[in-house]
Design a protein around this ligand. Structure first.
Ligand code: C2E
Ligand code: MG
Ligand code: MG
Ligand code: MG
Length: 279
């Protein structure tokens, strides 16, 4: 008997659950095939210093679906995370980045790592194997782990992060500000870099709480020797405010979009207009 009453309702509920489960299995099968058929791509977005010079890149996975077109990671990473596909996908992305590394601009390559991958030792063995097979150096990469994963990490997960760091990977705390990370965590977590979530960047401005928070964070980070990246810079004003708050590196559509093959950072709007006038 259903708690919510009539029999009809219980049946409807069961049917919904079944179809959702079926749909998820369908997506899983499609995604598994996509990995084997090489329908995935890694696009690279530049990360610059204060003078707009490329300092690093971040690799972002996309699924070029033959019928549905380009599918963003937000639509299939959760599917992969609910199944064992995330390990396969993570390995595919890391191998692709290792193969692309020689043609990418100098500097670190950011790779997003799922919290699910960090729950198993497989990530360490996989990364060792791929580095060996491709002749890449771990020191070329930064592994990006979301703040929520880091603050909820078990001792085993922390130990795995430390092992990866000892191999030469840098560790970045991604989407910082969306979780519950206090300043005290920054002393304890084995990290090298903090990426401030774009929701904070949107709120930067004179006398805004975000500006005070980001400024305080950059001061703490400097003491700890951490790099601070401002994510999601879309306007000149955001770029200026993030610089004023003391961020070291900058990423966002203003400085360059994720692209299959990376072009140098775009010049400021003014210099584009000037160049057009001269030409
Ligand atoms: P993330 O690691 O925080 O990556 C930054 C996201 O912000 C990317 O979205 C990027 O395209 C977008 N972005 C960059 N600059 C701007 C901007 O100026 N404005 C706005 N509105 N957005 C900007 P994307 O590529 O859709 O990726 C979303 C998330 O999916 C990533 O967030 C990351 O958590 C996850 N992801 C991407 N690739 C992978 C991967 O290979 N493995 C795993 N596990 N997760 C991945
Ligand atoms: Mg990231
Ligand atoms: Mg982020
Ligand atoms: Mg994100």
């Amino acid at each position: 008997e259903s708690k919510s009453g009539g029999r009809g309702r219980a049946t409807l509920f069961d049917e919904e659950m079944l179809s959702e489960k079926r749909y998820r299995r369908f997506l899983e099968r499609e995604l598994r095939a996509a990995i084997y058929l090489n329908e995935l791509e890694v696009h690279y977005q530049p990360v610059t210093d204060a003078s707009r010079t490329a300092a690093a890149v971040e690799g972002l996975v996309r699924w070029r679906h033959p019928v549905r077109g380009m599918i963003p990671p937000s639509q299939f990473i959760p599917v992969a995370e609910r199944s064992n596909l995330i390990d396969l996908l993570g390995a595919w992305v890391f191998r692709r980045a290792c193969l692309d590394a020689p043609t990418l601009p100098a500097g670190r390559i950011g790779i997003n790592v799922s919290g699910e991958q960090l729950k198993r030792d497989e990530i360490v063995t996989m990364m060792r194997r791929v580095l060996n097979e491709t002749g890449c150096d771990a020191a070329r990469f930064t592994l990006e782990i979301t703040e929520t994963v880091a603050t909820a990490a078990t001792p085993q997960v922390i130990a795995r992060i430390e092992t990866l760091r000892a191999m030469g990977f840098q560790i970045a705390l991604d989407d910082f500000g969306t979780g519950h990370c206090g300043f005290n965590y920054l002393k304890e977590l084995p990290i090298d870099c903090i990426k401030i979530d774009r929701s904070y960047i949107r709120e930067l401005g004179e006398r805004s709480i975000a500006q005070v928070f980001v400024s305080a964070l950059t001061q703490v980070a400097r003491l700890q020797g951490l790099t601070i990246v401002a994510e999601g810079i879309e306007t000149e004003a955001e770029f200026e405010l993030a610089k004023a708050a003391g961020c070291n590196q900058f990423q966002g559509f203003l400085l360059g979009r994720p692209q299959p093959k990376l072009r140098p950072p775009q010049p400021a709007a003014d210099s584009v207009r000037e160049a057009a006038l001269v030409a």
